[in-house]
Write a protein that binds this ligand. Structure first.
Ligand code: NAD
Ligand code: WQD
Length: 359
Protein backbone atom coordinates (compact mmCIF):
# COMPACT_ATOMS: atom_id res chain seq x y z
CA UNK A 1 0.00 0.00 0.00
CA UNK A 2 1.09 3.58 -0.64
CA UNK A 3 0.95 5.55 2.61
CA UNK A 4 1.46 9.29 3.12
CA UNK A 5 3.06 9.95 6.50
CA UNK A 6 2.77 13.54 7.76
CA UNK A 7 5.43 14.37 10.36
CA UNK A 8 7.39 11.28 9.28
CA UNK A 9 10.75 12.76 10.28
CA UNK A 10 9.67 13.18 13.91
CA UNK A 11 10.09 10.86 16.86
CA UNK A 12 7.08 8.54 16.50
CA UNK A 13 6.73 9.12 12.75
CA UNK A 14 10.29 7.97 11.97
CA UNK A 15 9.85 4.72 13.91
CA UNK A 16 6.53 4.11 12.16
CA UNK A 17 8.07 4.72 8.73
CA UNK A 18 10.63 2.00 9.54
CA UNK A 19 7.85 -0.48 10.34
CA UNK A 20 5.82 0.55 7.28
CA UNK A 21 8.81 -0.05 5.02
CA UNK A 22 9.66 -3.31 6.79
CA UNK A 23 6.12 -4.58 6.16
CA UNK A 24 6.35 -3.85 2.43
CA UNK A 25 4.50 -0.54 2.14
CA UNK A 26 5.49 2.38 -0.07
CA UNK A 27 5.98 5.51 2.00
CA UNK A 28 5.80 9.19 1.12
CA UNK A 29 6.83 11.57 3.90
CA UNK A 30 5.71 15.18 4.24
CA UNK A 31 7.41 17.19 6.97
CA UNK A 32 8.41 20.83 7.41
CA UNK A 33 11.16 19.89 9.90
CA UNK A 34 9.85 22.41 12.43
CA UNK A 35 10.64 19.94 15.20
CA UNK A 36 12.82 17.35 13.48
CA UNK A 37 15.86 16.84 11.34
CA UNK A 38 15.99 15.27 7.88
CA UNK A 39 18.90 13.20 9.14
CA UNK A 40 16.32 10.89 10.73
CA UNK A 41 15.05 10.08 7.24
CA UNK A 42 18.49 9.07 6.00
CA UNK A 43 18.83 6.89 9.08
CA UNK A 44 15.50 5.20 8.26
CA UNK A 45 16.85 4.45 4.83
CA UNK A 46 20.01 2.98 6.38
CA UNK A 47 18.01 0.82 8.79
CA UNK A 48 15.60 -0.53 6.19
CA UNK A 49 17.71 -0.45 3.03
CA UNK A 50 14.68 1.10 1.32
CA UNK A 51 14.15 4.30 -0.64
CA UNK A 52 11.21 6.66 -0.31
CA UNK A 53 10.01 10.09 -1.38
CA UNK A 54 10.14 13.12 0.93
CA UNK A 55 8.35 16.46 0.61
CA UNK A 56 9.78 19.39 2.59
CA UNK A 57 6.43 21.13 3.11
CA UNK A 58 3.97 22.29 5.74
CA UNK A 59 0.57 20.62 5.73
CA UNK A 60 -0.79 24.17 5.96
CA UNK A 61 0.33 24.60 2.32
CA UNK A 62 -2.84 23.41 0.59
CA UNK A 63 -1.47 23.79 -2.94
CA UNK A 64 1.65 21.85 -2.12
CA UNK A 65 -0.38 19.16 -0.40
CA UNK A 66 -2.67 18.83 -3.43
CA UNK A 67 0.35 18.32 -5.64
CA UNK A 68 1.45 15.43 -3.45
CA UNK A 69 -1.93 13.75 -3.93
CA UNK A 70 -1.88 14.45 -7.68
CA UNK A 71 1.61 13.06 -8.16
CA UNK A 72 1.28 9.93 -6.00
CA UNK A 73 -1.27 7.15 -5.80
CA UNK A 74 -1.86 7.60 -2.06
CA UNK A 75 -4.19 5.05 -0.46
CA UNK A 76 -4.01 6.02 3.22
CA UNK A 77 -2.57 8.71 5.47
CA UNK A 78 -0.94 8.44 8.89
CA UNK A 79 -1.07 11.92 10.37
CA UNK A 80 1.62 12.69 12.96
CA UNK A 81 2.38 16.30 11.96
CA UNK A 82 1.63 18.54 14.91
CA UNK A 83 3.16 20.59 17.69
CA UNK A 84 3.27 18.85 21.07
CA UNK A 85 4.79 20.98 23.84
CA UNK A 86 2.14 21.53 26.50
CA UNK A 87 3.83 24.58 28.10
CA UNK A 88 4.42 26.29 24.75
CA UNK A 89 0.78 25.69 23.84
CA UNK A 90 -0.30 27.67 26.91
CA UNK A 91 1.94 30.59 25.87
CA UNK A 92 1.10 30.44 22.15
CA UNK A 93 -2.34 28.85 21.80
CA UNK A 94 -3.01 30.25 18.32
CA UNK A 95 0.15 28.66 16.96
CA UNK A 96 -1.08 25.30 18.28
CA UNK A 97 -4.65 25.71 17.04
CA UNK A 98 -3.50 26.82 13.58
CA UNK A 99 -0.90 24.11 13.15
CA UNK A 100 -2.76 21.20 14.75
CA UNK A 101 -6.36 22.01 13.86
CA UNK A 102 -6.11 24.03 10.63
CA UNK A 103 -3.37 21.66 9.43
CA UNK A 104 -5.66 18.67 9.95
CA UNK A 105 -8.62 20.46 8.31
CA UNK A 106 -6.57 21.21 5.21
CA UNK A 107 -5.26 17.64 5.11
CA UNK A 108 -8.77 16.18 5.40
CA UNK A 109 -10.16 18.52 2.73
CA UNK A 110 -7.43 17.52 0.31
CA UNK A 111 -7.92 13.84 1.17
CA UNK A 112 -11.64 14.19 0.50
CA UNK A 113 -11.01 15.93 -2.83
CA UNK A 114 -8.71 13.13 -3.99
CA UNK A 115 -10.97 10.37 -2.62
CA UNK A 116 -8.47 9.14 -0.04
CA UNK A 117 -10.59 8.37 3.01
CA UNK A 118 -8.39 6.21 5.21
CA UNK A 119 -6.73 8.07 8.06
CA UNK A 120 -4.79 7.18 11.21
CA UNK A 121 -4.60 10.14 13.60
CA UNK A 122 -2.16 10.72 16.50
CA UNK A 123 -4.17 11.64 19.55
CA UNK A 124 -3.03 11.54 23.14
CA UNK A 125 -3.97 10.27 26.59
CA UNK A 126 -3.96 13.94 27.50
CA UNK A 127 -7.58 14.08 26.20
CA UNK A 128 -8.68 12.25 29.38
CA UNK A 129 -7.52 15.14 31.60
CA UNK A 130 -7.90 14.06 35.21
CA UNK A 131 -9.17 10.49 34.73
CA UNK A 132 -12.25 9.41 36.67
CA UNK A 133 -10.60 6.04 37.53
CA UNK A 134 -7.68 3.79 36.58
CA UNK A 135 -6.92 2.11 34.25
CA UNK A 136 -8.33 4.44 31.60
CA UNK A 137 -10.71 3.04 28.97
CA UNK A 138 -11.61 4.67 25.67
CA UNK A 139 -15.17 5.45 26.81
CA UNK A 140 -14.03 7.57 29.80
CA UNK A 141 -15.07 11.26 29.89
CA UNK A 142 -12.79 13.59 27.94
CA UNK A 143 -11.49 16.81 29.38
CA UNK A 144 -8.41 18.51 28.00
CA UNK A 145 -6.74 20.98 30.33
CA UNK A 146 -4.46 22.96 28.00
CA UNK A 147 -4.47 24.24 24.38
CA UNK A 148 -2.37 21.31 23.14
CA UNK A 149 -4.80 18.80 24.62
CA UNK A 150 -7.76 20.80 23.35
CA UNK A 151 -6.31 20.77 19.83
CA UNK A 152 -6.30 16.95 19.99
CA UNK A 153 -9.80 16.80 21.43
CA UNK A 154 -11.18 19.20 18.81
CA UNK A 155 -9.59 17.22 15.99
CA UNK A 156 -11.10 14.01 17.39
CA UNK A 157 -14.54 15.67 17.27
CA UNK A 158 -13.93 17.01 13.76
CA UNK A 159 -13.04 13.50 12.57
CA UNK A 160 -16.28 12.13 14.08
CA UNK A 161 -18.24 14.86 12.24
CA UNK A 162 -16.43 14.05 9.03
CA UNK A 163 -17.40 10.39 9.22
CA UNK A 164 -21.00 11.30 10.13
CA UNK A 165 -21.18 13.39 6.97
CA UNK A 166 -19.62 10.75 4.70
CA UNK A 167 -19.70 7.10 5.78
CA UNK A 168 -16.95 6.18 3.29
CA UNK A 169 -14.30 7.38 5.75
CA UNK A 170 -12.26 4.89 7.80
CA UNK A 171 -10.53 6.66 10.65
CA UNK A 172 -8.41 5.34 13.46
CA UNK A 173 -7.80 7.65 16.41
CA UNK A 174 -4.87 6.44 18.50
CA UNK A 175 -4.48 7.81 22.02
CA UNK A 176 -0.85 7.37 22.97
CA UNK A 177 0.27 7.15 26.57
CA UNK A 178 3.95 8.02 27.25
CA UNK A 179 6.19 6.98 24.36
CA UNK A 180 9.86 6.49 25.26
CA UNK A 181 12.79 4.37 24.00
CA UNK A 182 14.31 4.32 20.55
CA UNK A 183 15.02 1.97 17.65
CA UNK A 184 17.31 -0.86 18.77
CA UNK A 185 19.90 0.18 16.16
CA UNK A 186 20.45 3.41 18.11
CA UNK A 187 20.14 5.30 14.80
CA UNK A 188 16.84 7.08 15.43
CA UNK A 189 15.19 8.33 18.61
CA UNK A 190 13.73 11.38 20.31
CA UNK A 191 15.72 14.55 19.64
CA UNK A 192 14.10 17.42 21.53
CA UNK A 193 15.21 20.96 20.81
CA UNK A 194 16.57 22.71 23.94
CA UNK A 195 16.00 21.54 27.51
CA UNK A 196 13.59 18.58 27.40
CA UNK A 197 10.16 18.83 29.05
CA UNK A 198 9.60 15.08 29.22
CA UNK A 199 11.06 12.74 31.79
CA UNK A 200 13.10 10.28 29.75
CA UNK A 201 14.93 12.77 27.50
CA UNK A 202 15.77 14.75 30.65
CA UNK A 203 17.11 11.68 32.45
CA UNK A 204 19.26 10.63 29.47
CA UNK A 205 20.82 14.10 29.35
CA UNK A 206 21.55 14.00 33.10
CA UNK A 207 23.14 10.56 32.70
CA UNK A 208 25.24 11.87 29.80
CA UNK A 209 26.41 14.82 31.92
CA UNK A 210 24.68 17.40 29.69
CA UNK A 211 22.33 18.45 32.51
CA UNK A 212 23.23 18.60 36.19
CA UNK A 213 20.30 16.99 37.95
CA UNK A 214 16.71 15.95 37.53
CA UNK A 215 13.97 17.77 39.38
CA UNK A 216 11.24 15.32 40.33
CA UNK A 217 7.92 17.14 40.11
CA UNK A 218 6.16 16.29 43.36
CA UNK A 219 6.81 13.66 46.02
CA UNK A 220 3.44 13.78 47.73
CA UNK A 221 1.09 12.20 45.21
CA UNK A 222 -1.16 9.36 46.44
CA UNK A 223 0.99 6.81 44.57
CA UNK A 224 3.28 3.93 45.64
CA UNK A 225 6.24 6.24 46.43
CA UNK A 226 4.65 9.69 46.20
CA UNK A 227 5.89 10.46 42.66
CA UNK A 228 3.80 10.60 39.46
CA UNK A 229 2.86 7.36 37.75
CA UNK A 230 2.67 6.97 33.95
CA UNK A 231 2.20 4.28 31.33
CA UNK A 232 5.51 4.31 29.43
CA UNK A 233 5.35 2.58 26.06
CA UNK A 234 8.27 1.65 23.80
CA UNK A 235 8.12 3.73 20.63
CA UNK A 236 8.61 0.63 18.44
CA UNK A 237 5.59 -1.05 20.07
CA UNK A 238 3.71 2.18 19.42
CA UNK A 239 4.84 2.17 15.78
CA UNK A 240 3.57 -1.42 15.42
CA UNK A 241 0.19 -0.23 16.73
CA UNK A 242 -0.04 2.03 13.66
CA UNK A 243 0.55 -0.90 11.31
CA UNK A 244 -2.31 -2.76 13.01
CA UNK A 245 -4.56 0.31 12.93
CA UNK A 246 -3.84 0.70 9.22
CA UNK A 247 -4.79 -2.94 8.59
CA UNK A 248 -8.02 -2.33 10.50
CA UNK A 249 -9.12 0.70 8.49
CA UNK A 250 -8.43 -1.07 5.20
CA UNK A 251 -11.41 -3.30 5.84
CA UNK A 252 -13.68 -1.42 8.26
CA UNK A 253 -15.31 1.95 7.81
CA UNK A 254 -16.09 4.18 10.80
CA UNK A 255 -14.15 5.96 13.53
CA UNK A 256 -12.20 3.56 15.74
CA UNK A 257 -10.56 4.87 18.91
CA UNK A 258 -7.80 2.96 20.69
CA UNK A 259 -5.60 3.52 23.71
CA UNK A 260 -2.01 2.59 22.92
CA UNK A 261 -0.35 1.89 26.24
CA UNK A 262 1.00 -1.10 28.16
CA UNK A 263 -1.56 -1.10 30.97
CA UNK A 264 1.19 -0.77 33.63
CA UNK A 265 2.16 2.34 35.55
CA UNK A 266 5.68 3.24 36.69
CA UNK A 267 6.56 6.04 39.10
CA UNK A 268 9.26 8.61 38.44
CA UNK A 269 11.48 6.98 41.08
CA UNK A 270 11.01 3.56 39.48
CA UNK A 271 12.04 4.99 36.11
CA UNK A 272 15.13 6.61 37.66
CA UNK A 273 16.08 3.28 39.30
CA UNK A 274 15.60 1.37 36.06
CA UNK A 275 17.64 3.89 34.11
CA UNK A 276 20.45 3.86 36.68
CA UNK A 277 20.63 0.08 36.33
CA UNK A 278 20.81 0.35 32.56
CA UNK A 279 23.49 3.01 32.33
CA UNK A 280 25.47 2.05 35.43
CA UNK A 281 25.45 5.65 36.70
CA UNK A 282 23.71 7.49 39.50
CA UNK A 283 21.10 10.01 38.35
CA UNK A 284 21.26 12.97 40.75
CA UNK A 285 17.79 14.26 41.56
CA UNK A 286 15.87 16.43 44.01
CA UNK A 287 12.21 16.22 44.79
CA UNK A 288 10.49 19.57 44.21
CA UNK A 289 7.04 21.05 43.79
CA UNK A 290 4.35 19.40 41.69
CA UNK A 291 4.24 20.62 38.08
CA UNK A 292 0.99 22.54 37.47
CA UNK A 293 -1.47 20.51 35.40
CA UNK A 294 0.11 17.11 36.16
CA UNK A 295 -2.15 14.25 37.26
CA UNK A 296 -0.93 11.84 39.92
CA UNK A 297 -1.37 8.68 37.87
CA UNK A 298 -2.34 7.79 34.30
CA UNK A 299 -2.28 4.36 32.68
CA UNK A 300 -4.24 2.64 29.97
CA UNK A 301 -6.68 -0.15 29.73
CA UNK A 302 -5.22 -1.49 26.46
CA UNK A 303 -7.70 -4.36 26.01
CA UNK A 304 -9.69 -2.83 23.15
CA UNK A 305 -6.55 -2.56 21.01
CA UNK A 306 -5.64 -6.13 21.95
CA UNK A 307 -9.00 -7.60 21.02
CA UNK A 308 -9.78 -5.48 17.93
CA UNK A 309 -6.31 -4.85 16.51
CA UNK A 310 -4.56 -7.96 17.82
CA UNK A 311 -1.90 -5.60 19.16
CA UNK A 312 -0.14 -5.58 22.49
CA UNK A 313 3.22 -4.32 23.70
CA UNK A 314 6.29 -6.59 23.65
CA UNK A 315 8.99 -4.44 25.23
CA UNK A 316 9.41 -3.84 28.97
CA UNK A 317 10.78 -0.90 30.90
CA UNK A 318 14.39 -2.24 30.88
CA UNK A 319 14.39 -2.38 27.08
CA UNK A 320 12.86 1.11 26.91
CA UNK A 321 15.66 2.52 29.11
CA UNK A 322 18.41 0.55 27.34
CA UNK A 323 17.29 1.71 23.90
CA UNK A 324 16.97 5.35 25.05
CA UNK A 325 20.50 5.16 26.46
CA UNK A 326 21.97 3.56 23.33
CA UNK A 327 20.41 6.34 21.24
CA UNK A 328 21.86 8.98 23.57
CA UNK A 329 25.33 7.40 23.46
CA UNK A 330 25.73 6.34 19.85
CA UNK A 331 23.90 8.28 17.33
CA UNK A 332 23.41 11.91 18.05
CA UNK A 333 26.81 12.75 16.56
CA UNK A 334 26.59 14.74 13.33
CA UNK A 335 22.84 14.88 13.67
CA UNK A 336 22.55 18.59 13.09
CA UNK A 337 24.66 19.27 10.04
CA UNK A 338 22.34 17.78 7.43
CA UNK A 339 19.50 20.28 7.89
CA UNK A 340 21.01 23.06 5.78
CA UNK A 341 22.10 20.67 3.03
CA UNK A 342 18.58 19.29 2.80
CA UNK A 343 16.94 22.72 2.58
CA UNK A 344 18.77 23.33 -0.69
CA UNK A 345 17.73 20.11 -2.40
CA UNK A 346 14.90 19.58 -4.86
CA UNK A 347 11.38 18.97 -3.56
CA UNK A 348 10.26 16.17 -3.57
CA UNK A 349 13.47 14.42 -2.79
CA UNK A 350 14.00 10.71 -3.31
CA UNK A 351 15.72 9.38 -0.21
CA UNK A 352 18.21 6.73 -1.29
CA UNK A 353 19.34 3.90 0.91
CA UNK A 354 22.88 4.75 -0.20
CA UNK A 355 23.68 8.37 0.51
CA UNK A 356 27.41 8.61 -0.26
CA UNK A 357 26.64 11.33 -2.82
CA UNK A 358 25.55 13.67 -0.04
CA UNK A 359 28.62 13.55 2.14
P1 NAD B 1 7.66 15.23 16.85
O1 NAD B 1 7.66 16.70 17.09
O2 NAD B 1 8.94 14.49 17.00
O3 NAD B 1 7.11 14.93 15.37
C1 NAD B 1 6.13 15.74 14.75
C2 NAD B 1 6.63 16.02 13.33
O4 NAD B 1 5.67 16.82 12.65
C3 NAD B 1 7.96 16.77 13.30
O5 NAD B 1 8.83 16.14 12.39
C4 NAD B 1 7.58 18.16 12.81
O6 NAD B 1 8.62 18.78 12.09
C5 NAD B 1 6.37 17.85 11.93
N1 NAD B 1 5.43 18.94 11.76
C6 NAD B 1 4.87 19.73 12.72
N2 NAD B 1 4.02 20.61 12.14
C7 NAD B 1 4.05 20.37 10.80
C8 NAD B 1 3.39 20.93 9.69
N3 NAD B 1 2.55 21.96 9.81
N4 NAD B 1 3.63 20.43 8.46
C9 NAD B 1 4.49 19.39 8.30
N5 NAD B 1 5.14 18.81 9.32
C10 NAD B 1 4.93 19.30 10.55
O7 NAD B 1 6.52 14.61 17.76
P2 NAD B 1 6.18 13.08 18.06
O8 NAD B 1 6.51 12.81 19.47
O9 NAD B 1 6.73 12.22 16.99
O10 NAD B 1 4.59 13.17 17.96
C11 NAD B 1 3.89 12.81 16.78
C12 NAD B 1 2.42 13.06 17.00
O11 NAD B 1 1.98 12.30 18.11
C13 NAD B 1 2.07 14.51 17.33
O12 NAD B 1 0.85 14.83 16.70
C14 NAD B 1 1.91 14.51 18.84
O13 NAD B 1 1.03 15.50 19.27
C15 NAD B 1 1.35 13.12 19.07
N6 NAD B 1 1.63 12.60 20.43
C16 NAD B 1 2.92 12.57 20.90
C17 NAD B 1 3.17 12.08 22.19
C18 NAD B 1 4.56 12.07 22.75
O14 NAD B 1 4.68 12.01 23.97
N7 NAD B 1 5.62 12.11 21.95
C19 NAD B 1 2.12 11.60 22.96
C20 NAD B 1 0.83 11.64 22.45
C21 NAD B 1 0.59 12.15 21.17
C1 WQD C 1 6.17 12.06 33.15
C2 WQD C 1 6.29 12.07 34.68
C3 WQD C 1 6.15 14.28 35.59
C4 WQD C 1 9.86 15.77 33.82
C5 WQD C 1 3.38 14.61 28.47
C6 WQD C 1 2.25 15.40 27.87
C7 WQD C 1 1.26 14.49 27.22
C8 WQD C 1 1.94 13.53 26.24
C9 WQD C 1 3.12 12.85 26.83
C10 WQD C 1 1.73 14.40 24.02
C11 WQD C 1 5.31 13.04 35.34
C12 WQD C 1 7.53 13.69 35.84
C13 WQD C 1 8.80 14.97 34.18
C14 WQD C 1 10.79 16.18 34.82
C15 WQD C 1 9.55 14.95 36.45
N1 WQD C 1 2.41 14.22 25.09
N2 WQD C 1 8.64 14.56 35.47
N3 WQD C 1 10.59 15.74 36.10
O1 WQD C 1 3.44 14.89 31.59
O2 WQD C 1 2.86 12.42 31.52
O3 WQD C 1 2.86 13.73 29.45
O4 WQD C 1 4.00 13.82 27.43
O5 WQD C 1 0.59 14.15 23.81
O6 WQD C 1 0.32 15.30 26.61
O7 WQD C 1 1.63 16.18 28.89
O8 WQD C 1 5.01 13.21 30.51
O9 WQD C 1 7.45 12.89 30.50
O10 WQD C 1 6.53 15.19 30.99
O11 WQD C 1 6.24 13.39 32.67
O12 WQD C 1 9.41 14.58 37.62
O13 WQD C 1 11.76 16.92 34.54
O14 WQD C 1 7.61 12.56 35.00
O15 WQD C 1 5.71 15.04 36.67
O16 WQD C 1 4.93 12.46 36.55
P1 WQD C 1 3.49 13.61 30.89
P2 WQD C 1 6.37 13.71 31.10
Amino acid sequence: MSVLVTGGAGYIGSHTVVELLNTGNDVIVVDNFSNSNPESLFRISEITGKDFKVYNLSILDREGLEKIFLDNNIQAVIHFAGLKAVGESVEQPLKYYINNISGTLILCEVMQKYEVKKLVFSSSATVYGLPKALPISEDFPLNATNPYGRSKLIVEEILEDLFNSDKEWSISILRYFNPIGAHESGKIGEDPIGVPNNLLPFITKVAAGELKELKVFGGDYPTKDGTGVRDYIHVVDLAMGHIKALEKILFTKGVHIYNLGTGSGYSVLQIIASFEKTCGKTIPYTIGERRPGDVSACYANPLKAKSELNWSTMRGIEEMCADSWRWQLNSKKDYKKIKTIFAEMENPYLLKSKRDFLL
